[in-house]
Write a protein that binds this ligand. Structure first.
Ligand SMILES: Nc1ncnc2c1ncn2[C@@H]1O[C@H](COP(=O)(O)OP(=O)(O)OP(=O)(O)O)[C@@H](O)[C@H]1O
Length: 669
């Protein structure tokens, strides 16, 4: 069996196949999707960090008995709480409920009874998993979930689904507050990488779209009802795939935004515009639209008037990887789309594994500003939607089920040698941790370095093992078709080593990736969390994350080291395994806020060719090569000499002979 076929999401999680698929370490035990371990012994009493005022919108008190991670047997006891989040760098100015901590971890697969008991004790109504429901829509969706082998929700799904489906209504009822059902709400969720956030937002989204279609809003059918924004094309097509699998048989159209695509306006969809025009315009009728912010924003820019707006019926906006979407890189486009949505019943949800306090503040202020732009009649008719934050586990931390390793390689060439050693696990010295088995991802800082590393390693895989076809590079300068093809081949297991930039660090889910190599260190702690989060997904064990660092990286290593130390603390593993001793952690210099921002924006200067056009020496230093500079210089000289002699020979051959050719002579004028 080709174990690398595991990469394909389409391999599914069917029980029959699971037994045959446990051959690569990180394929793990997919029947237990909990990213955070179940807690057997709770060592420390709960500690709540409270800073600032908590408005009545905080659900912590109301849902105080909820413990998404506790042992079912101890359900009546108080929730297990974690130690203080020392590693989180963001100055989170709101209450942070850190819910998980354990001294001893027990990995157990709960029985069906246990799962049911846990859900019951935690008062969670997870309607989507119940195939016995009488409604056709939910039944269909539950069947679709079943088809994919999902039997138990992950922590984030346990937390978010009841909130987004209907628990909020019950919460308000039980508190004797205004018992009017809350149709819209805003939610900000922070949950670990690979914890199943896609399903956590997609299931309620489809449910709400379907409810609206069955309700009295049928008139608005076929205009866009929900939008999901994600930062990259790869992530957009992955979410579209997931959405389609879930929506199968429900009649809901989940569509990926493409260049040149036009969306049906409310008039066109209601038949005010004749269908022939719609057809000629290549206008598409969509329920759930998935897009990058740039593509949708530019399409909206081309729309002539907002009166006949294609997005006027949008009731749900999901920002996946919200911290990136609201980062300066995408901010203008994301807010451009958000502010264009005019339906007063809009609900917004933001999702990521990392969320700085600045992003949270920006989201809150955007919600306020957006509401203040509603017409006074709309604002009066629609009560202000609650804005809720849900944190699963430790905020901004890397998954603990991955083996994190920091490897000192001294120089650029040392890093290349280190990487070659990883490519040939047989040459890895005994006792140096779990060998890194393919398939794995290698991250570099820039596109140039990804391309250079690819050409360096091209011949490292022996021909008998597939040779150069097993290694590939993927970056934003490639055409869409080339990017799609590399993604498909990697998912199918045809490519074993994929070199890439941060383009693939967010959200992309390759089931069964065994490891991640940071050839260039990530430039922020969030970038580290997301890069290494490409392995160890859905609680799978056996993933390895290796970060190679040179002398040049030492001033910038602290943010990575902090995240690694925190992951080890959660896991209870030894610091020696990771190459991160306490003395190193203490000795690493701390960056100022400005330095951190500069690093995030520009990366490590010596690795970028940007602005080095006038300095060929500096530009040369950014290159990746196993050859020392003097060898390359000698080679260049030799090449130059050969080229020069070829040119001379050619010039001599082309020059007219000294005797000349009289027949060509046209005479003097
Ligand atoms: N309930 C479940 N049971 C088993 N597997 C699940 C469940 N929910 C999701 N998964 C699987 O977990 C993997 C990760 O899911 P997903 O891509 O949604 O993670 P994520 O939280 O969005 O990660 P990231 O932060 O990296 O974007 C997927 O392969 C998905 O199929």
């Amino acid at each position: 069996m080709d174990t690398l076929k595991l990469l394909s999401r389409s391999t599914g999680l069917r029980k029959s196949r699971q037994q045959a698929q446990h051959t690569t370490p990180s394929s793990g035990q997919p029947t237990q999707p909990q990213v955070l371990r179940r807690v057997e012994h709770v060592a420390k009493p709960s500690k709540k960090r409270k800073r600032g005022d908590h408005g009545p919108s905080s659900l912590d008190d109301g849902l105080g008995g909820l413990d998404f991670f506790g042992d079912a047997a101890n359900a009546s006891s108080k929730p297990a709480k974690s130690p203080k989040n020392d590693g989180a760098e963001d100055g989170d100015n709101l209450e942070q409920d850190q819910t998980v901590s354990s001294v001893e971890h027990v990995v157990q697969t709960p029985t069906d009874e246990e799962v049911r008991a846990t859900l019951k004790q935690h008062k969670l109504k997870v309607t989507w998993l119940n195939p016995m429901t009488s409604q056709a829509g939910p039944k269909r969706k539950a069947g679709n979930l079943d088809d994919q082998g999902y039997t138990a929700p992950t922590e984030v799904q346990m937390g978010a689904l009841p909130l987004l489906l209907d628990a909020l209504d019950r919460y308000l009822d039980s508190h004797g507050e205004d018992s009017k059902p809350v149709g819209n709400m805003n939610l900000l969720t922070v949950a670990p990488t690979g914890s199943g956030k896609t399903l956590a937002f997609m299931i309620p989204l489809l449910h709400r779209v379907q409810t609206r279609r069955h309700g009295n809003e049928a008139a608005n059918m076929n205009t866009v009802s929900a939008i999901v924004l994600a930062p990259t094309k790869e992530l957009v097509s992955q979410i579209t795939n997931e959405g389609r699998k879930l929506a199968k048989g429900t009649g809901i159209k989940v569509t990926q935004m493409r260049r040149g695509m036009r969306l049906a306006t409310s008039q066109a969809a209601n038949g005010t515009t004749d269908s022939a025009t719609v057809g000629q315009d290549l206008t598409v009728k969509v329920d759930v639209l998935i897009s990058t912010p740039g593509l949708l924003h530019s399409m909206l820019g081309e729309e002539q008037s907002s009166a006949n707006d294609s997005l006027c019926n949008v009731r749900d906006l999901v920002l996946d990887e919200a911290d990136v979407l609201l980062d300066p890189l995408f901010r203008e486009q994301t807010l451009g789309v958000w502010n264009r949505l005019s339906n007063s019943k809009l609900s917004v949800s933001l999702w990521s594994a990392t969320m700085g306090s600045n992003i949270e503040e920006l989201a809150a202020s955007t919600i306020r500003d957006w509401r203040s732009n509603l017409s006074s009649s709309d604002a009066e008719a629609e009560p202000e939607a609650p804005f809720i934050r849900l944190v699963v586990g430790l905020k901004d931390s890397a998954v603990p089920n991955v083996e994190h390793r920091l490897v000192y390689a001294a120089t650029e060439q040392g890093k290349l040698m280190g990487l070659r050693q990883l490519l040939h696990p047989a040459s890895t010295p005994q006792g140096s941790g779990t060998p890194l088995l393919p398939p794995f991802l290698i991250f570099t800082q820039t596109i140039e370095r990804a391309v250079a590393l690819h050409s360096e390693l091209l011949y490292d895989i022996p021909a008998e093992a597939g040779g150069i076809s097993r290694i590939a590079v993927l970056h934003a300068d490639l055409s869409d078709t080339a990017r799609d093809s590399v993604m498909t081949r990697f998912r199918k297991g045809e490519i074993w080593v994929l070199i890439t930039t941060d383009l693939l660090s967010r959200g992309v889910d390759f089931r069964g990736v065994n490891g991640v190599v940071n050839y260039d260190i990530p430039t922020s702690s969030a970038a580290y969390v997301h890069r290494v989060g490409r392995t160890g997904r859905a609680g799978r064990e056996g993933g390895v994350a290796v970060t190679l660092y040179s002398k040049e990286d030492i001033p910038y290593l602290k943010h990575v080291a902090n995240v690694v130390a925190m992951a080890q603390k959660q896991e209870g593993s030894s610091s020696k395994d990771s190459g991160l001793q306490q003395w190193l952690l203490d000795a690493l210099p701390k960056l100022s806020k400005q330095e951190k921002q500069k690093l995030k924006k520009r990366g490590i200067e010596s690795r970028t060719t940007r602005g080095k056009d006038d300095d060929p020496k500096a530009a040369r230093r950014t290159r990746i090569s196993s050859k020392p500079g003097f060898v390359r210089q000698a080679e260049n000289n030799r090449k130059g000499a050969v080229l020069g002699s070829q040119r001379r020979a050619q010039a001599e051959a082309e020059a007219p002979s000294e005797a000349g050719d009289d027949s060509d002579f046209a005479g003097f004028d």
